[in-house]
Design a protein around this ligand. Structure first.
Ligand SMILES: [Zn+2]
Length: 139
């Protein structure tokens, strides 16, 4: 059940910690921190490079499988299938860009949440208020 919640949060483009804060301000512009809990969305420069690789890999896999199914399964002409797959391979990564980042952030947060120091958590740690910090980290 917790895994399903994480998946719906990632596909809802929400913060992996509080599950409420929006990741994106505009179409492609991300918030620096979660507006709800202060989680830092880019813990280090180049953090989202992995999401680009994942997006590319998924696009190649889906394009290849689609081409094979269209040509060898359905019997579509290779000429039509190649143009359809070409269009898909250009449009899909553009559409999936936000979701790839959200999924990447969610995965990395689950694997190693200690790297995600937040403004709120840092402020709580600086002021010596450990109860606020432990509340933030318990999510
Ligand atoms: Zn949050």
């Amino acid at each position: 059940m917790k895994s399903l919640r994480r998946v719906t949060t990632a596909f809802g483009l929400r913060c992996p910690r509080c599950q409420h804060g929006k990741l994106f301000v505009g179409l492609i512009r991300m918030n620096g921190h979660c507006p709800e809990c202060g989680l830092k969305f880019e813990p280090e420069p180049g953090f989202y490079l992995g999401s680009i690789y994942a997006n590319y890999g998924l696009t190649v896999l889906m394009t290849t499988v689609s081409f094979m199914l269209l040509v060898f399964g359905v019997g579509v002409s290779k000429d039509y299938a190649i143009w359809g797959c070409l269009a898909f391979s250009v449009l899909f990564p553009l559409w999936f860009f936000r979701y790839a980042r959200s999924i990447w952030l969610s995965l990395m947060y689950q694997v190693n949440s200690i790297d995600f120091t937040s403004v709120s958590a840092q402020a709580a740690a600086d002021s010596g208020s450990s109860s606020n910090l432990s509340r933030l980290q318990s999510h």
